[in-house]
Design a protein around this ligand. Structure first.
Ligand SMILES: [Zn+2]
Length: 645
């Protein structure tokens, strides 16, 4: 069946977009209301209930996708606001739906029935997933318990928002002597003019704090800036977090779990709270040698400046990592960026992934969207010529736009129903790029490919990036490897004279990147331990427990009188699961071990990966997909070897 892409408004005009949001968002919600009533009215045991559930999933996903995308990218503030309202309405609809005892009863009546005879493959998995979701929201409890859970869930949401809001609104700054800017890039110095008293202001925003910590040679100033940064949202968030941890635990216990981490991990690959503790311990132990080796180098270098230094603290660590990288590996960011012209990089990315996965990107120059800098391509499969979906690349900054890098859905693909469409939203300059930005582009494009390639399932539940949450980063982390390979980079990274990036420069860039990976792994495990143990143990004194975890896991000494947990925003969204990024990386390294590092374009393995892992979406557990690709269960051998190399 030939499917056509979603028709977007033909101009960026706010009126046209408000009408579009109404049609795609609010009318989808009306449709969802109608589908819910029809589902309730079915007889028990009627498999049409599962089909209706799928329809409901499609209209809700469509509404939610336009809401969340448009609220982040449309140039008009009124349109963004309306899109945000749609997001909220969809969220409220879902919450009500998951506590709807009638809908639950119709679906629960199908348990044990032979669904695969009457419905497309995977029906049993869709049903099991839906019922688990209902039970996790407490739909099968008595009225009083449901009311308790509803109130707890609301309170959790409020506290979680307050936690983020305090971090956002708590942004502050430190005044340091203007001389502390020695060592910082010229544009940074220019953006920080000295006041009459000879001081400059360094805010707690990343673009201000990070370069300062890396480059400032003034140790006292670094300590002052870092102390301010690590006291973000303190003391306000100390109590908010304590309340949040208590509410989460009560929710989990009311639902019959031993605590929040067990509840949260149930729907992840890791499976249980105990497994998080073991994972953190294992990675931290595996990283000891590598971390100690690199920390010794940093300490040795720091002692040239400070002969009496005993142990690095967090105000030294970043600075000396940067110093050692620069001095040992001589990677000059000014030189490397001459090879990464934005337009050539974008084309290079398409050529590389097209060749790798056997797909073609056809530009759609007359496609319209929310901004004329967005480029649109249709994606087709080389073997058959079929259209797989459409991608939109919105890669430059502008006022009012989302300011990180992420992939957004526009349409979830459904077999014979709707073509998948995805959007990359990034903020790269229009001229030369840093190599780290090229890596980010490959990473985010990995999510976009996953969304597009997994867009041909009859069940929307399996569509796109629909695997367990602690797996979703793995395909993107693996695709980053291509941005570090000289053979790959040489196909598009050429300077103004057309000279390809030299192999020895890529080699030095890699060495510089790999330096400090043990320290990085231990730092990540320190964060993961905070996220897990604060939820699992709910200590009375959060600061004291975080200080203990710092001694146990972190490589550098923490600064006195700091309260990192108050500004650790990921405790809001990741809750007890901050381990996931490293968990995905372990699997990414294992997946990559199937490729030949000397020939990253070898077609067979890449196509097999495309079909078994990416195109499968959420149709099986991630562990099963990975095993199907590797021919064995995943393990951490490749990751450990990488840490030790
Ligand atoms: Zn990602």
């Amino acid at each position: 069946m030939t499917l056509t892409p979603l028709a977007l408004p033909t101009t960026a005009d706010p009126t046209a977009w408000l009408a579009f949001l109404d049609a795609r968002g609010r009318r989808s919600l009306d449709e969802a209301e109608r589908l819910t009533s029809a589902l309730r009215a079915l007889s028990d045991g009627d498999t049409a209930a599962l089909e209706a559930w799928n329809e409901l999933g499609i209209v809700l996903a469509n509404a939610s996708a336009v809401g969340s995308l448009v609220s982040q990218v449309h140039p008009d503030a009124g349109v963004r606001e309306d899109a945000e309202k749609i997001e909220t309405e969809v969220h409220a609809f879902r919450t009500r739906l998951m506590l709807d005892t009638e809908v639950y009863a119709r679906l629960a009546s199908l348990e044990g029935a032979d669904l695969d005879a009457a419905l497309p493959t995977g029906a049993g998995r869709v049903l099991a997933d839906a019922l688990r979701g209902f039970r996790r929201s407490g739909v099968d409890r008595d009225d009083a318990t449901r009311e308790t859970l509803r109130a707890l869930s609301e309170r959790e949401n409020d506290l979680s928002q307050a936690f983020s809001r305090n971090i956002r609104d708590g942004a502050t700054s430190t005044r340091v002597p203007a001389t502390a800017l020695a060592g910082l890039p010229a544009d940074y110095v220019e953006a920080h003019p000295a006041a009459e008293d000879g001081t400059v202001e360094i805010t707690t925003g990343y673009p201000d704090t990070h370069p300062f910590m890396a480059f400032s040679t003034d140790r006292d100033a670094r300590r002052a800036v870092m102390t301010t940064f690590l006291n973000l949202a303190w003391p306000a968030n100390d109590q908010v977090l304590a309340d949040l941890l208590a509410v989460r635990e009560e929710m989990a216990r009311t639902l019959g779990y031993s605590g929040w981490p067990d509840f949260d991990a149930e729907v992840k690959m890791i499976g249980s709270g105990d497994a998080i503790a073991s994972f953190v311990e294992k990675v931290a132990t595996d990283a000891v040698d590598s971390a100690e080796r690199d920390a010794a180098l940093l300490t040795e270098r720091a002692r040239i400046d400070h002969p009496d230094l005993e142990r690095l603290d967090v105000a030294d660590a970043r600075h000396y990592s940067e110093t050692v990288r620069r001095e040992r590996f001589q990677v000059d960011a000014q030189q490397t960026r001459t090879y990464f012209d934005f337009t050539r990089v974008r084309q290079g990315l398409l050529d590389v992934t097209g060749r790798l996965f056997g797909i073609t990107y056809t530009p759609v120059p007359d496609a319209v969207s929310w901004h004329d800098e967005v480029t649109v391509y249709d994606v087709s499969l080389d073997e058959t010529g079929e259209t797989l979906g459409r991608i939109h690349l919105d890669l430059h900054p502008r006022a009012g736009k989302y300011n990180h890098a992420a992939q957004f859905d526009l349409v979830p693909g459904v077999l014979d129903r709707q073509l998948p469409e995805g959007v990359l939203v990034c903020n790269f300059g229009r001229g030369l790029m840093e190599h780290s930005e090229v890596v980010t582009l490959f990473h985010e494009f990995g999510h976009l490919l996953h969304h597009t390639l997994a867009g041909r399932h009859p069940w929307v539940r399996f569509s796109g990036v629909a695997t367990e949450w602690d797996f979703v980063e793995a395909p993107s982390q693996m695709l980053e490897e291509w941005a570090w390979d000289h053979g790959v980079l040489a196909t598009f990274a050429t300077d103004a004279d057309g000279e390809a990036i030299p192999a020895e420069l890529v080699e030095r860039m890699r060495e510089a990147e790999e330096f400090g990976k043990g320290i990085y792994a231990r730092t990540q495990m320190y964060y993961a331990a905070i996220s897990y143990y604060l939820h699992e143990q709910r200590p009375d004194d959060l600061t004291a427990r975080v200080a203990e975890l710092s001694e146990q896991y972190a490589v550098s000494r923490r600064l006195p009188d700091t309260h990192f947990h108050c500004g650790f925003g990921h405790l809001g969204g990741y809750t007890s699961g901050y381990y996931t990024y490293m968990w995905s990386l372990v699997i990414a390294k294992d997946l990559f071990s199937a490729f030949d590092p000397a020939d990253l374009f070898a077609p067979d393995v890449a196509r097999r990966y495309r079909d078994t892992v990416l195109a499968a979406g959420g149709s099986d557990d991630a562990a099963v997909l990975v095993e199907r690709f590797l021919g064995r269960p995943y393990d951490n051998a490749a990751f450990t070897a990488w840490l030790e190399s």
